[in-house]
Design a protein. Structure first.
Length: 158
């Protein structure tokens, strides 16, 4: 066998040896089937593929509305865009989620979303909530409030 033909076999043998050593070390030092301790869970909690959807993610594109902290005040109707996210090489969160609650309204509030080409609408009574989920491509959100009185909504973590 020529020297250049043996090199891939030697490299494969070294890699297989390293894999076996890592496996043996993991089995000997592992905790079996016991649950992870609190410090391990808290370290892993920060790498969740879901981020909260907040009012800072909403950009007003039309209508009469105001945002103050988590509160959204809508006069008749309002439209928002939600920018694409994920960062360089899409290493950020996969989705953003939030819970929208109708705090006060003179009637039924219509919540409409367009996410990745799909339209969805829901009508909410005062006190009702709905969960919003947005993918990396972003989307749009529109709120319609009946009558002349303003509607107050709140966006919070699910």
């Amino acid at each position: 066998m020529a020297e250049n033909n043996r090199r891939p076999l030697i490299i494969a043998g070294v890699v297989a040896g390293i894999v076996v050593l890592v496996f043996v070390f993991g089995v000997s030092r592992g905790g079996g089937d016991r649950p992870a301790d609190e410090s391990m869970r808290s370290r892993l909690a920060g790498i969740a593929p879901v981020a909260p959807l907040t009012t800072a993610d909403l950009v007003v594109t039309g209508g009469q509305c105001a945002i103050a902290g988590p509160q959204i005040t809508v006069q008749q109707g309002c439209a928002f865009s939600i920018a694409a996210f994920g960062g360089t090489f899409d290493l950020g969160p996969v989705t953003k989620r939030g819970r929208l609650e109708v705090v006060s309204a003179p009637g039924t509030v219509t919540v409409s979303m367009t996410i990745e080409g799909t339209d969805a609408a829901q009508e909410l009574e005062p006190g009702a909530t709905t969960d919003l989920t947005v993918g990396r491509a972003g989307g749009s959100l529109s709120l319609a409030c009946p009558g002349l009185s303003a509607c107050r909504l709140q966006l919070s973590a699910p």
